[in-house]
Ligand binder design. Sequence first.
Ligand code: ATR
Length: 285
Amino acid sequence: MTLRAAVLGWPIGHSRSPLIHGHWIKEHGLDASYEPIAVDPEGASAWFRAFKTHGLVGANVTIPHKELALEACDTAEDHARRLGAVNTIWLEGDRLCGTSTDGAGFMANLDQTAPNWRDHKAAETALVLGAGGAARAILDALLTAGVGHILIANRTEAKAQGLADWFAPAYPSAKITAVSLAETDNVAGQAGLVVNTTALGMEGQPPLTLDVGRLAPDTTVTDIVYTPLETPLLAAAKAAGHPVVDGLGMLLHQAVPGFERWFGVRPTVTEAVRRVALRDLGVLT
Ligand code: ATR
């Protein structure tokens, strides 16, 4: 019997997940499928609660259903509860289980692409730009990985402070400091790792204005934006000699745990699957 998985959202047309999972299904010769399914927000709660009736072994969940999918789960991993959202769900018997793989995807990409980032003398401190859902997942992953000091800079400073307050009780030995975007250049030199989680630098958006000249030498610079693949931030950091990590890798790595749960094979993020995504992005022909 074909094992069916899906990506669930509204709308769902833009998702690149079918391409990634489709590549791995073919690579491993599995009797499996992965399809986009648009789940109307009206009735979505009931749809998720009836998940076991839809003939799927599991799914990825995307906007706007990540929070209500968590509510429908019988079991969710601790960090997903902390984040208040899931992006990956699966059935264990009749029980719906969920997790969030964004943070693990971010860390796996960082470790694969810039394996020496932890060796930087300032790796104890990370500067995270943005305070939305992606920032939340990445903060949790960095704190879990033992980064002791996180500076969060956001246009709406109250949201950065809100994230700092939210995580403080879960990580009492870490220091989490909210700063305004205007202060970013002044604090950037403290960080061994910089992560842009804002939409700035994305096609159609203004670039992020961070003076990379203020960074300590060898600070790793990462961006979760992947359209364009080389954002103005990454281009400037690369030109200044910093190790850079683009956002496409996070997209690929966050897909790994779901595939393994649903189909029983752990896929690898290879150059081949990266090329499939790059072709779709129009970066390769
Ligand atoms: P995601 O789930 O991808 O994190 P999000 O929750 O909408 O998306 O968060 C978007 C982030 O990009 C926020 O930190 C947002 O800043 P605000 O909290 O001030 O809205 C940031 N962002 C988006 N557009 C921005 C802009 N033009 N200038 C500065 N920050 C911007």
